[in-house]
Design a protein around this ligand. Structure first.
Ligand code: SAH
Ligand code: SF4
Length: 350
């Protein structure tokens, strides 16, 4: 059997492992800092450790789980997307986006996705498997090392790559906890955003855990018929239930919730949809992010025009719902969720 990925361990497990090897108590913290502060990628770099311990680490754990296979940089150099393969060859993607001062990573929680949203390249691929917490963490460390070489650091993380994070709840939260750890990577909880398709039990659990992590929910439609035609999961968790859980989240945590909406020409970019949405969100501490659809091969819908996106935003704001129009980052490098892997997949099976 393959060795366990070192990034799958939390600090306590690392401590227990080292204690069982008869190592002094301070070693675990030293290795933890090596992994998450110095960003060492292999035991060779742990030069402060005795050679025998390095060899033992090397022999007991795996230090690399991601094999980058395609790296694409947008023309403006602001967005870099990497297609990785896991040890079992499953694909995942992670994207680095540079904004003025922010360095935001978009990471995956699963290879593929079981939710089948019709316009999503990952949904079109189907489900591969859940990532382990260490495989989620490894995507962040991969980019953190690249940024470190330029004297930069990761400032924000969005779990909006491949997969549905609430369908892999434990591993996703364990990864965030690991990256949030004050003695390690130490990225503040508020710097994370989780995006969910609207799995109601996940939203409820997240609310109960009172985390400081930001929550975004993908709506895309303001009535059940239209939403179910785009997001099959709406048949299981209809809008009323999703929005009741969202209201509960806002009331319990007093945190603003974000709703995501991919604008599809003539489908969900109408004034009627904007009005229905405004009615549903009335009085909620919220913000709507609209983004013109990223076209994918297996969905015929087209992105909305700028004019219609502006009108949609204006309609929401007229009803007192804050709304921003997102730029499509990295459109020239298929930085949309799952697009690169999906494309690669179809090329491989052709
Ligand atoms: N599974 C989660 C997170 C990953 S998808 C979720 O669905 O929320 C991240 C966001 O990208 C979601 O809002 C999703 O609806 C959106 N998305 C997927 N495919 C898209 C496309 N082709 N164009 C625009 N947005 C898309
Ligand atoms: Fe899965 Fe999100 Fe894509 Fe839907 S939009 S198929 S939930 S990754």
């Amino acid at each position: 059997m393959a060795n366990r990925l070192i990034y799958d361990l939390d600090l306590l497990e690392l401590k227990e492992t080292l204690a069982s090897w008869g190592e002094p108590g301070y070693r675990a913290a030293q290795i933890w800092q090596g992994l998450y502060q110095q960003l060492w990628a292999s035991p060779d770099e742990f030069t402060a450790l005795p050679r025998s311990l390095r060899a033992k680490l090397e022999g007991s754990f795996s230090f690399s789980s991601l094999r980058p296979s395609i790296i694409l940089e947008s023309k403006d150099g602001e967005t870099r997307k990497t297609l990785f393969h896991l040890p079992d060859d499953r694909p995942i993607e992670a994207v680095l986006m540079r904004y003025a001062t922010r360095r935001t990573l978009c990471i995956s929680s699963q290879s593929g996705c079981a939710m089948g949203c019709v316009f999503c390249a990952t949904g079109q691929m189907g489900f591969g498997r859940n990532l382990t917490s260490g495989e989620i963490v490894a995507q962040v460390l991969y980019y953190a090392r690249q940024l470190q070489a330029q004297g930069e650091t990761v400032s924000n993380i969005v779990v909006m790559g491949m997969g549905e994070p609430f369908h892999n709840y434990e591993a996703t939260m364990a990864a965030i906890d690991r990256l949030n750890h004050p003695e390690g990577f130490n990225l503040g909880a508020r710097r994370f955003t989780i995006s969910t398709v609207g799995l109601v039990p996940g939203i409820k659990r997240f609310t109960a855990e009172r985390r400081q992590v930001n929550l975004a929910v993908s709506l895309h439609a303001a009535d059940d018929d239209l939403r179910a035609s785009l997001l099959p999961v709406n048949r299981r968790y209809p809008l009323d239930e999703v929005l009741a859980a969202c209201r509960e989240y806002v009331e319990q945590t007093r945190r603003r919730i974000t709703f995501e909406w991919a604008l599809i020409q003539g489908v969900n970019d109408t004034p009627e949809q904007a009005q229905k949405l405004a009615r549903r969100l009335k009085g909620m501490l919220t913000h709507v992010n609209v983004i013109p659809l990223n076209p994918t091969t297996r969905y015929p819908g087209a992105p909305t025009t700028r004019q219609r996106a502006d009108a949609f935003q204006a309609e929401l704001e007229r009803h007192g719902i804050p709304c921003s129009i997102r730029l499509r980052r990295g459109i020239d490098i298929q930085a949309g969720c799952g697009q690169l892997a999906g494309q690669n997949n179809s090329a491989a099976t052709r």
